[in-house]
Design a protein around this ligand. Structure first.
Ligand code: GDP
Ligand code: GDP
Length: 436
């Protein structure tokens, strides 16, 4: 369950500089993802033993679409709805401008902690002298320089003290936690009603572990599931609801708490940019996934076929090719029961572990059938392979030069793993460890 820190502020105050500073630098695992959206507004970070997700709300609405103040109101509203902590950023060189006062008034209504970062105080000496007029905003102030890194530790020490340590609920249970995500009107609520309605309820819509989600335990045969419904409960504010990015934001929370994602897409609308962003979160977080094409009852089967849909999904979201696709109608309930079979299989594969003896046999066979291309006229050598993690399955390859392995060869290895072992419904990660 991630702790969300939102950065709010006028254009050019330094939000994206701070965002970059708070994001995890140089992720140790280089993910083998291609065709993934680059313009993320969220990133994971760590401060000592605490983990969080940071969101730059600045990119939510293009400036062209709304005036500066309107844009800031949207940022602030989203932050108030979604974040656990808000960093309100101002520019020490510009002083307090009217828009800062407006937003301060809005943020004061918030029940979330708000910290004001006074940026561009580049000289570490006597930072207070630049802050005088900001005290009038009536918030706790932190002098920082996002560019040079001064003052970040003071801010983050304060914020990280609010981040809970790992809780019992973060430890994976033996059953699948299933998140239902998708863009607005794809049919998530209808789907959840059908899924829950069909099965015996263990507990009746207990309020979940977070204030935002309703978690429902259900059983089917002797299988237990936890269905996570983030969309259902929350009283959304009008502004958030109309904001197109909001669906993605909301999906992050559900996906973070899940093992298997039921990704609901609308058969009539096809794959939209919102779907692609949600898919990006799923793959970035490495969750198992079943793609549920909903409203199949509305599709004229004489002109559209399931195969064409699968091809469209593969074309639009090539990095989701691992996810099986099921065609349903949440309205009539047609084939909804099938979803559980796919979830069971995806969850099983998500947890699958292959022995080191077996992975090395696999490596030998894969190398034998198609040897790695040379790198700068030198051979690329693979020494051994082992599965270092499950959830999702992660394979480490020991090689002479990590940068000598081309992405296409990495994909070949992943495809070969799928060909031999299946892994349907789960992403596979690869890590290359070089010797020099
Ligand atoms: P955003 O629009 O709020 O995301 O602002 P950016 O992070 O893009 O920064 C806007 C400009 O301010 C850039 O030219 C940055 O280099 C500059 N800037 C950001 N932080 C600092 C800082 O701490 N000190 C100084 N001097 N400039 C900064
Ligand atoms: P959500 O915003 O993703 O939770 O979507 P809802 O479950 O509220 O559904 C949005 C609209 O689509 C509602 O009017 C539903 O009745 C309709 N809908 C949902 N699933 C289906 C379906 O399988 N077939 C048809 N024809 N309509 C559906």
């Amino acid at each position: 369950m991630s702790f969300l820190i939102a950065i709010v502020g006028r254009p050019n105050v330094g939000k994206s500089r701070l965002f970059n500073r708070l994001s995890k630098a140089g992720d140790a695992i280089v993910h083998d993802s291609e065709g993934v959206t680059r313009d993320r507004q969220y990133a994971d970070g760590e401060w000592y033993d605490k983990r969080y997700t940071v969101i730059d709300t600045g990119g939510f609405v293009p400036e062209a679409q709304a005036g500066m103040l309107a844009q800031m109101r949207i940022q602030a509203q989203v932050a108030m709805d979604e974040a656990d902590v808000i960093i309100f950023m101002v520019d020490s060189r510009a002083g307090v401008v009217p828009a800062d006062r407006e937003i301060t008034a809005m943020l004061r209504q918030s029940t979330k902690p708000v910290f004001c970062a006074v940026n561009k105080i580049d000289s570490p000496h006597q930072p207070e002298q630049y802050m005088g007029e900001f005290y009038r905003l009536g918030m706790e102030l932190f002098p920082i320089s996002a560019e040079h890194g001064h003052g970040i530790s003071g801010l983050m020490d304060t914020i990280s003290a609010l981040i809970p340590k790992t809780r019992a609920e973060d430890v994976a249970p033996p059953y699948a936690r299933v998140a239902v995500v998708g863009k607005p009107n794809a049919g998530k609520s209808s789907m959840i009603n059908k899924l829950l309605g069909q099965e015996r309820l263990l507990t009746d819509n207990v309020a979940g572990t977070t204030r935002d989600a309703i978690d429902t335990h259900i059983t089917r045969g002797d299988q237990e599931y936890l269905v996570i419904d983030t969309a259902g409960l929350r009283r959304k504010t009008k502004i958030s609801e109309t904001l197109e990015e909001y669906a993605v934001f909301q999906a992050i929370r559900s996906i973070d708490r899940s093992d298997v994602v039921l990704f609901v897409v609308d058969a009539i609308e096809g794959i939209t940019w919102q779907d692609k962003k949600i898919a990006d979160v799923i793959q970035n977080r490495g969750r198992a996934c079943v793609i549920v094409v909903n409203k199949w009852d509305l599709v004229d089967k004489t002109i559209s076929t399931a195969d064409e849909y699968v091809a469209a999904i593969e074309r639009e979201m090539p990095f989701m090719a691992f996810a099986p696709v099921v065609f349903v109608s949440a309205l009539s309930g047609q084939r909804v029961h099938k979803i559980f079979e796919y979830v069971d299989r995806a969850f099983d594969q998500f947890n699958m572990r292959i022995s080191t003896a077996e992975t090395n046999r696999f490596l030998e066979q894969a190398l034998g059938q198609h040897s790695p291309p040379m790198h700068k006229k030198r051979p690329v050598k693979f020494y051994y392979a082992s599965q270092v993690a499950t959830r999702p399955p992660t394979f480490l390859f020991s090689v002479n030069r990590a940068d000598g392995v081309k992405p296409s060869y990495r994909r070949y290895l992943v495809n070969k793993l799928r060909e031999i072992y299946g892994f349907e419904g789960t992403p596979i990660r690869t890590v290359l460890r070089g010797r020099d």
